[in-house]
Design a protein around this ligand. Structure first.
Ligand SMILES: Nc1ncnc2c1ncn2[C@@H]1O[C@H](COP(=O)(O)OP(=O)(O)OP(=O)(O)O)[C@@H](O)[C@H]1O
Ligand SMILES: [Mg+2]
Length: 364
C-alpha cells in the first residue's frame, strides 16, 4: 500500500491524520447469512486537502462513513477522528465534523436562508454564518427562493452549506454528486476544491473515478470492503501504469513487431487494434521497429488515468488479495481491541444529514 501523504508534504504521521481506522469490520445479517459490509479496513486520511474514498457499488464506502459518524456500530476494529476514538469519543470531536450522508432534509416551503437560519439556531452557530456559507457554495443569488424551487445541484450545494455552518475542520460527503448533471458536478467539485485549498479536510466518497481524480489530492480505493490501494493520485497513477506506449502497425506486422519487442525485453499486449508496450517510450519503440523495417502507423504515449488504475486493482481483488504493488496485503496483527459496544451517538452532522437512524438497517 502506498503511503498516504498530506498534499505537498511528507509521509503523514499519526497526529496528522484526520481519520484513521484499523481493522474495521462490519457485517450485516441477510437472508443468505452474513453479508460483509466492511472487512478489516485500514484507512488513513491526512489532515488538509481532498481525499477521495473510491470503490464500486457495494464496496463498503457508506458503511464506513456511517461507522465513523456513529450511525452504525462496527463489529470490531477501531476508528479515530483527529485522534479521538469514535464512536466512543465522538461528542468530543463532533463540533469539528460536518457530513452529508444520503439525502439531507430541508423544509420545502422555506427559503434556503430560512432553512439555514433554523439550522444555525439549532446548533448555536452565529446567524452571520448563514450568508457566509451561502456565499461559499455560490447560492447568494438564490438565497431567498423557496427550497422546493431548487434544482438538484442547488439542493446539494445547500446541503454542503449546512455542513459548513459550524465551520468544521473535517467534511464528509457521501457521493455528493449523485444524480447531478455535469454543471452541477462541476459546482460541487469546485466547492470541495475550495474547501481543501482553505485547509479543510474533505473526505468524499464516489464510485465515479474520473470525477474524483480531478479534485482529490489523495485517495483510498476499496473493493469488497477492503482497502486495495491508497496514496496520492499522482503516485498511484505513475506507480501503476508507469510509461507505456500504444502502437499500431499493419495487421501483417503484428507478430513480427511483438517478437522484435520481446527480443529487447519488452512485452507487448494486444488492446483493440493496437499493441501496448509497458515500460517504454514512443521514440525507443519506433526506432526498434523501424530498424527492422516495421513501420508504425500510429504511436503515442498511453495515458493512464485513475480509472484504469482502479480497474486493474479491483478486477484482481479477492478477499485477502494483493495490494497494488503486487505484494501480499498487509494484515494488521496489531489492530486495536474491538471497540466496546456503545450506544450510537446522535447524527453528529445533524445540521444536514437526514439519516438520523442509528440502527443501520438490518445490522448483525
Ligand atoms: N443496512 C444494511 N443491511 C444489510 N446489508 C447492508 C446494509 N447496508 C449496506 N449493506 C451491504 O453492505 C455492503 C456495502 O454496502 P455500502 O452501502 O457500504 O457500499 P457503498 O460502497 O456505499 O456502495 P454504493 O457505491 O452503491 O453507495 C453491500 O453488500 C450492501 O448490500
Ligand atoms: Mg454508498
Amino acid at each position: 500500500m502506498a503511503d498516504v501523504r498530506p498534499p505537498g508534504g511528507d509521509v503523514a504521521v499519526e497526529g496528522e491524520l484526520a481519520i484513521e481506522t484499523r481493522g474495521l469490520r462490519k457485517t450485516y445479517r441477510s437472508v443468505r447469512g452474513r453479508r460483509v459490509g466492511v472487512e478489516d479496513l485500514d484507512l488513513q486520511v491526512p489532515v488538509g486537502g481532498v481525499h477521495g474514498f473510491l470503490g464500486p457499488n457495494g464496496s463498503g464506502k457508506t458503511t464506513t462513513i456511517r461507522m465513523l459518524l456513529g450511525l452504525v456500530r462496527p463489529d470490531r476494529g477501531s476508528a479515530t477522528i483527529f485522534g479521538h476514538d469514535v464512536p466512543r469519543h465522538l461528542p468530543d470531536v463532533v463540533g469539528r465534523v460536518g457530513a452529508i450522508v444520503e439525502s439531507p432534509t430541508f423544509f420545502p416551503a422555506f427559503s434556503a436562508r430560512a432553512n439555514l437560519r433554523l439550522l444555525a439556531d439549532g446548533i448555536e452557530a452565529p446567524r452571520e454564518r448563514v450568508d457566509a456559507v451561502l456565499d461559499d457554495v455560490g447560492l447568494t443569488g438564490r438565497a431567498r427562493d423557496r427550497y422546493r424551487t431548487y434544482s438538484l445541484g442547488m439542493k446539494q450545494r445547500l446541503a454542503i452549506a449546512a455542513t459548513l455552518l459550524k465551520d468544521p475542520d473535517l467534511l464528509i460527503f457521501d457521493e455528493p454528486t449523485n444524480g447531478l448533471d455535469p454543471a452541477g458536478i462541476h459546482e460541487i467539485r469546485r466547492t470541495m476544491r475550495d474547501l481543501g485549498d482553505r485547509g479543510k479536510t474533505v473526505l468524499v466518497s464516489s464510485h465515479i473515478l474520473a470525477e474524483v481524480e480531478q479534485v482529490a489530492d489523495t485517495v483510498s480505493i476499496v473493493a469488497r470492503g477492503r482497502l486495495v490501494a491508497s496514496g496520492r493520485v499522482t503516485d498511484l497513477i505513475s506507480g501503476q501504469g508507469g510509461a507505456a506506449v500504444r502502437v499500431v502497425v499493419a495487421p501483417d506486422d503484428v507478430a513480427i513487431a511483438t517478437s522484435l519487442l520481446a527480443s529487447r525485453g519488452l512485452v507487448a499486449r494486444h488492446e483493440d487494434d493496437a499493441l501496448v508496450v509497458e515500460g517504454a517510450d514512443p521514440a525507443g519503440v519506433n526506432r526498434m521497429l523501424g530498424e527492422q523495417g516495421v513501420w508504425a502507423r500510429e504511436i503515442a504515449p498511453r495515458q493512464v488515468d485513475l480509472e484504469s488504475v482502479f480497474l486493474g486493482l479491483t478486477q484482481h481483488e479477492t478477499p485477502g488479495g494483493r495490494d497494488h504493488r503486487g505484494g501480499r496485503r498487509r494484515r494488521r496483527r496489531d489492530a486495536e481491541p474491538p471497540v466496546e459496544p456503545v450506544e450510537p451517538a446522535a447524527t453528529p452532522a445533524a445540521t444536514s444529514s437526514g439519516t438520523g437512524r442509528a440502527d443501520g438497517g438490518e445490522e448483525a
